[in-house]
Ligand binder design. Structure first.
Ligand code: MF3
Ligand code: CO
Length: 292
């Protein structure tokens, strides 16, 4: 963080209305100590105020309601375009905006990534979900300028034991990630724990794409890796909001991008990939899941 020395009696930068000395001064000094030891520390603009957090939570109500509805309606024979229509309609009906729509030119309201698609699958009338498929539905929502972002895996009808295990293990990876979000420890402590669980189960984790800060913008700093090392990456401090969203592959971690649509990422070996995504707030004691 850029260290701006503040007047101890001036109002705190967080907008609480309290004096700096009785609000964020100690917090800033603690971050500064880590910075002096060479740690990567969050900039002040990554620390959410309580007003921001309320806004993100309201956005997340829509985000999770949309995914609940997909969970109720998804079935064999459904196209991924129908999923897109539900996401658009329900989001708008509840007063939100799908964050994906027109994001950097993205054409739809949601990502639907089936089987060997790692992420950014584009909904289409041509993609018909069939019994045995696994699909990630990644939904991002804007309400009053606040962003929420989460994704879930859905199993279409009865799926193979291998697929069921992949979906379950990636869910466990995310739960382990959540348990490892602790203030004044590092993102690499969390990311490495996620990675370890995937590796222990014989899977690989995508390196190039990961999580991100999220709340006032769709994608904020930091980049959140799940192939990181303990004690590395950004320091986690109360008030940070980011996503935990490992992409875990049954085979190689190598991936490639669709040359025609410029978006969809596939596994290089054609094997399956799965992902769950939650958005967390770092608290004084651990974290709070804002959307899932
Ligand atoms: N929802 C994705 C994420 O988790 C981002 C999708 S960007 C889009 O970060 F343009 F493809 F929609
Ligand atoms: Co995300």
């Amino acid at each position: 963080m850029k260290f701006v020395k503040m007047d101890r009696n001036a109002p705190c930068w967080c907008g609480s209305g309290k004096k700096y000395k009785s609000c964020h001064q100690q917090f800033d000094e603690r971050i500064r100590e880590f910075e002096l030891k060479g740690a990567i520390v969050p900039d002040r603009n990554l620390i959410k105020t309580s007003e921001d957090i309320e806004g993100i939570k309201k956005s997340a109500v829509i985000n999770m309601a949309v995914l609940d509805e997909i969970g109720e309606k998804i079935h064999p024979g459904m196209t991924t375009l129908e999923i897109d229509e539900i996401v658009y309609n329900t989001t708008v009906k509840m007063g939100g905006i799908p964050a994906d729509l027109h994001y950097e030119g993205y054409p739809k309201s949601v990502c639907t990534s089936v089987n060997n698609e790692v992420c950014h699958g584009i909904p289409s009338a041509d993609v018909i979900l069939k019994e045995g498929d696994i699909v990630n539905v990644d939904c991002s929502t804007i309400l009053d300028g606040y962003f929420s972002d989460s994704s879930r895996m859905f199993c279409i009808g009865k799926v193979s034991e291998e697929r069921e295990r992949l979906v379950r293990v990636v869910k466990e990876c995310v739960e382990i990630g959540i348990e490892h979000v602790k203030p004044w420890t590092f993102l690499g402590d969390m990311g490495s724990a996620v990675h370890r669980h995937a590796l222990d189960n014989g899977y690989s984790v995508v390196r190039e794409i990961g999580g991100h800060g999220c709340g006032l913008e769709f994608h904020e700093d930091p980049f959140v890796s799940y192939v990181s090392r303990p004690g590395t990456e950004m320091l986690m401090v109360p008030g940070m909001v980011f996503t935990i969203e490992p992409m875990v592959n049954a085979g190689t971690d190598e991936i490639f991008q669709d040359e025609d649509n410029g978006w969809t990422i596939y596994t290089a070996d054609g094997k399956d990939s799965a992902q769950w995504e939650v958005q967390v707030l770092v608290t004084e004691t651990g974290c709070e899941v804002l959307s899932r």
